[in-house]
Design a protein around this ligand. Structure first.
Ligand code: GTP
Length: 331
């Protein structure tokens, strides 16, 4: 089996004194060593307390079909590794991803034996056990382990269930150093928590840029925000829903990865409800809050824009966050 070292991973803030230029100023991202230990708060979800839907809902009574096309090992810049799974699905043409920490979580669709498939074919698409090396010529997957029993793994308690984060694509926050949102920070934080957890974890990376409205429309929304609208108003002014996302593909991907009971990293009550799927294919046993780093450490993203963004999530999208810093900022 591939050997997974515990790692503290992938933090923009962890890169050695990474410096970004912004409006002529130099912004230092503090290294992880400079940050105070993170506060880990967990919130059990009583069945009766599941939030009512607020935003866009799935109209479908069944999940879309998903198929893991390929899986590959990704050694990371901090020394650990994860397995990137690329999926196709029957709902859209996008390549949604599952970032899997730990080598015990496997995709049923990937592990299936395909018609006339050679052992080399299997290894090339990532359907192998253990580690690839030059000269290896078998996938080491016996017939009975390829298909499995089709049942999700059983966990004795919620703590045993893996951590899951459902992330939506954000080019500006993940790649273009934007301080309008905390999306990049949340991605890093989720990876950190999962890579340091014995149970591993899964980040479902959905290609739903701009809460589903796409990058061009999100950039228009940014201009509207600079003209005085908040994030929800800007979407509505552009004739989009406040949140146009759909989580059915994510639910189907989690089921394909053998999951049933999960611990979900989020503050968004709509996500908790939606990820369970039309027939509770997935059950959120526990919600693990994502507290912005700037609210609990010296690090994290600091800007008037990100505080406004978070305030709107709390005020208009029912996010389960208390807002310690906002009172001190002139928003
Ligand atoms: N339309 C729009 N989308 C934005 C804006 N800022 C960030 N986003 C998008 O919001 C999405 C990120 O939301 P998530 O990180 O999943 O957050 P969430 O669902 O609100 O809740 P959490 O799980 O608690 O983080 C990404 O698709 C971003 O591109 C904005 O100003 N306008």
């Amino acid at each position: 089996m591939a050997h997974l070292r515990p790692l503290s991973i992938l933090c923009r803030s962890q890169l050695p004194r990474t410096v970004f230029r912004s409006k002529g100023a130099i912004r230092h991202h503090a290294s992880i060593a400079e940050q105070r230990p993170s506060i880990q708060v967990s919130t059990r979800i009583p069945r009766s307390a599941h939030p009512k839907p607020l935003l866009q809902q799935s109209s479908s009574q069944s999940l879309p079909h998903v198929n893991c096309v390929v899986r590959a090992r990704i050694p990371t810049i901090s020394g650990g590794e994860m397995f990137l799974h690329l999926y196709e699905n029957s709902m859209d043409k996008k390549e949604h991803l599952a970032i899997v920490f730990g080598d015990s979580i496997r995709s049923k669709s990937l592990d299936q034996q395909l018609d006339k498939e050679s052992e080399m074919d299997r290894m090339i698409r990532g359907a192998y056990k253990g580690t690839l090396y030059p000269g290896r010529h078998t996938s080491d997957m016996l017939e009975d382990t390829i298909l499995g029993d089709g049942l999700p793994p059983l966990y004795e308690d919620a703590e045993s269930a893996p951590l899951v984060r459902i992330h939506s694509e954000c080019y500006t926050g993940e790649t273009a150093w934007s301080a309008r949102c905390d999306c990049g920070e949340q991605l890093d934080e989720a990876a950190n928590l999962m890579s340091n957890s014995e149970k591993g974890g899964i980040i479902i990376y959905l290609r739903q840029e701009g809460r589903g409205i796409g990058l061009a429309e999100k950039l228009k929304a940014y201009n509207l925000q600079d003209l005085g609208s908040d994030t929800v108003e800007a979407n509505l002014l552009l004739n989009h829903p406040a949140d146009g996302r759909n989580y059915d593909v994510a639910t189907a991907m989690l089921a394909d990865l053998g999951q049933k009971d999960i611990r979900l990293l989020t503050n968004n009550p709509e996500k908790v409800r939606a990820i369970e799927g039309p027939n509770r294919e997935i059950v959120v046993q526990e919600r693990v809050p994502m507290v912005p780093l700037a609210w609990k450490t010296q690090g994290g993203i600091k800007s008037v824009e990100v505080e406004r963004y978070l305030k709107t999530k709390v005020d208009k999208m029912s996010h389960m966050l208390t807002t310690p810093i906002m009172n001190h900022l002139k928003l």
